[in-house]
Design a protein around this ligand. Structure first.
Ligand code: PMP
Ligand code: GLN
Length: 385
């Protein structure tokens, strides 16, 4: 294995999903819904396949999707974009993250991430030769501390890789917290890459504030999102990067050598979803809020204290009082004892490993039956070490 990969552990999501399949466990780990998105959108994909959208799309993406993404950003966030220069289609937000970091970082450049951080950020920063600087969102409320953010900036800082709504904590950064990020970025002339794949999945009347919409931020912000979470098509891997032309061009400069272009037949279908199923993610969010509450109630009945997620698919619990040495041991233990798989969070920390050692993440993007079955199984097992 190449040295650039040797220090990076395999992704915990694949590991835990494989464990769930192998053991027949209820998978409350990896974040994917067990019901697909709108059938009207599937029909559009079938139609595109039949009608011959089967050869290479332009690298930047098909015009219909870029235009639909521009309309989406306008409609939901009031952000105006030129679909020809300020929107680029990616193979999921995952490729957006990879291409953005490859396109914008030089070896030795420092990147500030919120910790716990989604694992592909750390892997991609390492693969580009960048240096990760974590700013910890501390349990139990997982808020952003402006002083910690300022303290993470050095003369080598190139960009902030932000994520809100935040996986795995479920924090939705407030306008004030985003203002802290914006102030630091402007003061130190930093770029911000903001991963907003959960932009529509917010609860209790909250709204997601896109960083690019804050004063002074449009010119320095690259926004990433995708169809996966908002329209329940995680397997389609269609995403988009939006922002000023020079940042989108940096994404394209890397993307042309990663995938060259993204899959053609799914792009018109995703354009259709954005335009004609625009309300669908908002209904999903209302539905998810109910499933969040079902999972929270179940976890509380087991003596755990889950965080009331503000957004995303996830809640987090601390399992230290159950006597386990860490969240990983707990997760493997409950997979075996109860037949339920969560995700341990310690791999998502490196600045402050102690802060995440006993945290585990539970997904509620599952049908109520599956959540109830998971809780029933946990309630029949002995969860203490
Ligand atoms: N960022 C975050 C925070 C995620 O949770 C995920 C998983 N959906 C991704 C990026 C990857 O998105 P995609 O499946 O569109 O590549
Ligand atoms: N993003 C999802 C999660 O956090 C699925 C994992 C992945 O896409 N790598 O569980």
């Amino acid at each position: 294995l190449a040295s650039r990969l040797a220090g990076i552990p395999p992704t915990v999501f694949s590991e835990m999903s494989a464990l769930a399949v192998r053991t027949g466990a209820v998978n409350l780990g990896q974040g994917f819904p067990d019901v697909d998105g709108p059938s009207s959108v599937v029909e559009q994909a079938v139609r595109a396949l039949r009608e011959g959208a089967n050869q290479y799309a332009p690298g930047i993406g098909v015009p219909a999707l870029r235009q639909a993404v521009a309309r989406h950003q306008q409609r939901h966030h009031g952000i105006e974009l030129d679909p020809d220069t300020e929107v680029c289609v990616t193979t999921g937000a995952t490729e957006g993250i990879a291409a953005a970091l490859l396109g914008l970082l030089d070896p030795g450049d420092e990147v500030i991430v919120l910790e716990p951080s989604y694992d592909s950020y750390d892997a991609m920063i390492a693969m580009t030769g960048g240096v990760r600087r974590g700013v910890t969102l501390h349990a139990p409320d997982f808020r952003l501390d402006g002083d910690a953010l300022r303290a993470a900036v050095t003369p080598r800082t190139r960009l902030v890789l932000l994520n809100s709504p935040h996986n795995p904590t479920g924090t939705v950064l407030t306008r004030e917290e985003l203002r802290l990020v914006a102030d630091v970025a402007i003061e130190h002339d930093l770029l911000v890459v903001t991963d907003e794949v959960y932009e529509h999945l917010v609860f209790d009347g909250r709204s997601h504030v896109p960083l690019a919409g804050l004063p002074g931020m449009r010119e320095r912000t690259l926004t990433l999102s995708s169809v996966g979470k908002s329209w329940s098509f995680t397997g389609w891997k269609v995403g988009w990067a939006t922002g000023p032309a020079r940042l989108v061009a940096a994404v394209l400069a890397a993307k042309q050598w990663l995938t060259f272009t993204s899959g053609s037949p799914l792009q018109p279908a995703v354009a259709y979803a954005l335009d004609h199923e625009a309300e669908w993610p908002l209904e999903l969010a209302r539905d998810l809020q109910g499933r969040r509450d079902l999972l929270l109630e179940g976890l509380r009945s087991l003596g755990l204290s889950p965080r009331t997620s503000e957004g995303t698919y996830f809640t987090v619990t601390d399992v230290e009082h159950l006597g386990w040495e860490d969240g990983r041991a707990f997760s493997l233990g409950v997979a075996e004892r109860a037949g339920v798989v969560p995700i341990p969070l310690q791999g998502f920390y490196s600045e402050d490993p102690a802060a995440g050692r006993h945290l585990v993440r539970w997904a509620f993007c599952k049908t109520p039956d599956v959540i109830t079955e998971g809780i029933d199984r946990l309630s029949r097992a002995d969860l203490a070490r």
